[in-house]
Design a protein around this ligand. Structure first.
Ligand SMILES: [Zn+2]
Length: 428
């Protein structure tokens, strides 16, 4: 199938403007918690483009906290205040498939501004066409690409049959209560959804799951000059962690996901990783307790409940071979935030239509998969088929010198625009 030339010409004609709006938005600091100014920009932009409705509202804790069925939003721990979501709708004429495009406006903070090549909110484009800035990859380029794709469709005078909803949401980096609030507001049905998270402009059809946990290991305190009189919680933890790592390697070896070509960029597709360990309060003393916090990845054929059960069983098995642990087993607590896995295998109209659009534009239509959590979990809960597709490389996200290649951003606009008209259908 040939791509729509009129639409592609409209995309080409928008290049300069598309780069400008991305720079504008990267230049606004929208670290999680202070999204308002950037959202004001998104509201204005959507209105200028001519969305039929631009819905702006500030989610509240009262609305969101009871919605635990959505896998825990972290809403109860957030200061929400004046942090608006902005959702634009282009009403279809009827008879087409509906679509939600979702992107988060918030970014993680800048940690080491001194090591950046350019000031982190400068949106400077270097000689190789890389646009630098916090949020450039994750994921202002994806969000703005979708916005400009809609603009191109409007400019080309194309009328869609299916409804199109573009969500610019807050708070993804702290649990995703912005996307949750969209569902709660009634944006909870569509024939398909795309989240424009950075996938290196590859169509992403699977995501392994993620849980967060806290493990408490008990010891027996003793004076540092007589450690044999006690039990070191630190040594017990080292033993437990060694066993957890063994289990992790073995389950990866056996997992179908680990051998799935879509995950080929990742050495481990759902690893365990501990990020915080605290024990003791005196240098020359055996601690009575150790607390470790970490993330537990899980395969796409597992659920939050099944991985919990498997991991709790693992801790029991580890403990029963140890004299102390068999009587004082480690306790695991599951934190409220978790991210379900998803996996679209084989043929499905959503990725198939996107791949065809990409192919017909002469771009790379390879499928990919990711090992980290996204707002897809909410779309799964709402039974909306959802995939990820965005410019930018995930290893640049959250790091110093984050950038997006301008050419990938422009490719994303072209392919999303072509996809939208095929998915939603058009009036001739
Ligand atoms: Zn992101």
């Amino acid at each position: 199938m040939a791509y729509n030339k009129k639409l592609n010409d409209a995309v080409q004609a928008l290049h300069e403007e598309a780069v400008k709006v991305l720079q504008d938005v990267v230049r606004i600091d929208s670290t999680t918690g202070i999204e308002q100014e950037a959202q004001n920009y998104m509201e204005k932009l959507m209105k200028e483009i001519g969305f039929d409705k631009v819905d702006v509202w500030c989610p509240t804790q009262e609305e969101l906290s009871p919605l635990s069925r959505y896998g825990g939003s972290g809403a109860s721990t957030q200061e929400l205040g004046t942090r608006p979501n902005v959702v634009g709708t282009v009403k279809g004429s009827g008879g087409g498939r509906s679509l939600i495009l979702n992107g988060h406006i918030d970014t993680v903070p800048v940690y080491h501004p001194e090591v950046w090549r350019f000031e982190p909110w400068s949106a400077t484009i270097d000689e190789d066409g890389k646009l630098f800035g916090r949020g450039s990859t994750d994921m202002k380029s994806g969000l703005l690409a979708a916005t400009m794709a809609v603009k191109a469709i409007k400019k080309a005078g194309i009328k869609l049959k299916g409804d199109l909803v573009l969500e610019s949401v807050i708070c993804e980096e702290r649990g995703g209560c912005g996307s949750l609030a969209c569902l709660q507001r009634g944006y909870d049905h569509a024939d398909g959804a795309i989240i424009m998270e950075p996938t290196n402009t590859r169509v992403c059809t699977a995501e392994t799951g993620t849980m967060l946990m806290r493990i408490t290991v008990e010891g027996k305190p003793a004076h540092g000059s007589a450690p044999y009189a006690g039990v070191s919680a630190i040594e017990k933890w080292c033993y437990i962690m060694g066993k957890i790592n063994e289990w992790d390697r073995a389950r990866h070896e056996a997992a179908e996901d680990q051998h799935d070509p879509r995950f080929k960029d990742y050495q481990m597709v759902a690893p365990v990783c501990f990020g915080m360990v605290h024990a003791g309060n005196w240098t020359a003393m055996l601690p009575n307790e150790l607390v470790a916090e970490g993330r537990l990845g899980f395969m796409t054929d597992q659920t939050v409940d099944s991985i919990r059960a498997e991991f709790e069983q693992l801790l029991q098995d580890i403990s029963k071979d140890d004299e102390w642990l068999s009587v004082h087993p480690p306790k695991v607590e599951w934190m409220p935030m978790s991210w379900d896995a998803f996996n679209i295998k084989g043929s499905h109209p959503l990725p198939d239509t996107l791949q065809a659009a990409i192919r017909d534009l002469g771009m790379d239509d390879t499928l990919t998969a990711i090992p980290y959590g996204t707002d897809v979990k909410y779309f799964i809960e709402a039974n909306i088929p959802c995939i990820l597709y965005g410019p930018g490389i995930i290893t640049l996200a959250h790091y110093d010198n984050e950038y997006v290649a301008v050419k990938d951003y422009l490719c994303e606009i072209a392919s999303l625009a072509e996809f939208i008209i095929r998915w939603c259908g058009t009036e001739e």
